[in-house]
Write a protein that binds this ligand. Sequence first.
Ligand code: NAD
Length: 695
Amino acid sequence: MTATCQTRGAVAVITLDNPPVNGLGYDTRVAFARHLEAALADAAVKAIVVTGAGKAFSGGADIREFGSPKAVAEPNLLSLILALEASTKPVVAAVHGACMGGGLELALACHYRVAAPDAQIALPEVKLGLLPGAGGTQRLPRALGLEAALNMITSGSIVAAQKLAGTPLFDAIIDGELRDGALEFAAQLISKKQPPKRLRDVRVQHPNTEGFLMFARNTVDAVAGPYPAPRKCIEAVTAAATRPFDEGMAVERRLFQELLLTPESKALRHIFLGERAAARIPDIPDTTPTRPINAAAVIGAGTMGGGITMNFINAGIPVTLLEMKQEALDRGLETIRRNYGGAVRKGRMTEADVDARLKLITPVLEYGAIAQADIVIEAVFEDLTVKQAVFEKLDAVMRPGAILATNTSTLDVDRIAAFTRRPGDVVGTHFFSPANVMRLLEVVRGAKTAPDVLATVMKLGKTMKKIAVVAGVCDGFIGNRMLEQMVRQTGFLLEEGALPKQVDAAMEKFGFAMGPFRVGDLAGNDISWAIRKRRYVEKPLLKYSRIADRLCEQGRFGQKTGAGWYDYKPGDRTARPSAAVEQMIIEYSKEIGVARREISDAEIVDRIVYALVNEGAKILEEGIALRASDIDMVYLNGYGFPAYRGGPMLYADTVGLDVVVRRMKQFARNPHGDPSAWEPARSLARLAAAGKTFN
Ligand code: NAD
């Protein structure tokens, strides 16, 4: 069912009924239009109430339809709204729960609106790089006034209906049963012979329209960054304030269509859908029962163990935190308390809140104390023999059915699972540092990981407000495996003629918050050095620039040692280009016989991003990632890839895969670096040849 209609006396009640939030997809619109037509034709019906079934009035348009023929197929949202507004019988919207986007636009076209106290409204289109395209920018300013409406439209934020009682937006807030209240309201309209009252007939009021709009434009210019939508929102609202209604509607339509085609909106919609898609695992149905997680244990109170513990207690799940020594426990707990300090200083938490959270942690030194936990996450040193000892111990003590998770970033989850007699209960939970802040969680599915274990951990990720993405077992999983290729390119770029400051500036201009060398200095160059040393043994044929090793041999590990790719002054994180490092790089080029050349910013960006794309394509064809959008979600949430570009795979799609492959072939002719890295992945070559895309 998508919409129903019942007649109560002289009132027809049309109910949107498309769970979960009464989205206004094609089928719902068809059903709604049919009921509306019937109600208008029925002489016994004198008024109409429009409402929603379940927990919402309507969450709005179905964004999967955007840009597809279904979105515009009649009856589309706009024609439905015009038909409602044109009704000669008064129409009352009865709003409860969420009333968002197209749902609010539908309500705005009704002649009267009543709301339940729990109703919440928003026009969130700007968050998808769009603007409300079915009259929202024209009718909301007429209902709420210029300032309040513009704030809602440019921010997309949610407002409680109760705050708007007494404005023309809501004629009444109904405390009791909403439906009864709305029927009563409609009955009064009939008895008082009240005619339809249309927002289109209202004039937008403001004492200084021009001045306010100018102020709004300046404000938005300062904060909108690369996104065009907020500016277009102002343009549309300007039309509402300065032009006749129908002209304003035409302006809104045109601006909406323009935004729909922008790469920024495509990226934001890709993220919206990609985040939801990441939760679905093709061979594990949504109905798979999950294991209850009411108590957790964390092994290791270091950098990661502390952050992971915070994720649990922030979600209200008690944690038993296990360490080898009391000092390590004390240090770990102190760090956790300090990490909450920021939230307290900003007024987001009180000291009492922090104490309540910390009370959820039970620090222990004995495995016996964690035996009853529903899940245990291991975050000890990255060393297989240490992990082996821990997992053998866990296997011995943990209750049957407990989930045994490892936070390893590089080790083989299947080998770790094999240290136990219950590999089905073992899974990788790869958090990113700082674990209490970063949204990404790679959930590593071992060969034997049980479906319900995977489903449980995915659900736990959601509880922790993370974007959980499934990855298969391989070296580096999705994110770090791709990162390695990117880092290799940054080294070759230095050898061939670039300097750290140029590479960083080019990547920051592309949209990364921090260039790769500044990231290295922040994370500690010694960490990647340790990985490279292992690589030199494991994969002796894999070519690496040795410049980064030279840097580390000088003890330049980054901010923590006061010097890395850049120089730092004590207590100051400002990266200052280092003459010594630049000299070292230039001499290194000479030493290996490379004539340094001018490297363009475009080459820097293409080499770094396409290195990610090519490895991403391999990850896809090997089934390590389930879908291209999962790779994008990893890079957006864990590696600072600019959101408005939608992730490396969508970016490659936008550039055109044939263009990407041509450029890679060009790079392969460069004798320096590693020409073999530019052999296009099979899937990339195939899609490019067929004129297709990853997404
Ligand atoms: P860390 O050195 O900060 O912390 C490790 C902690 O484990 C120490 O406090 C140590 O005392 C404790 N420990 C060691 N052996 C133990 C044992 N047998 N029993 C109990 N406690 C023990 O290390 P970290 O950076 O938190 O890394 C932990 C794990 O997380 C590693 O596998 C690492 O690869 C992974 N990881 C780290 C990062 C990162 O950025 N630091 C990111 C993702 C994953």
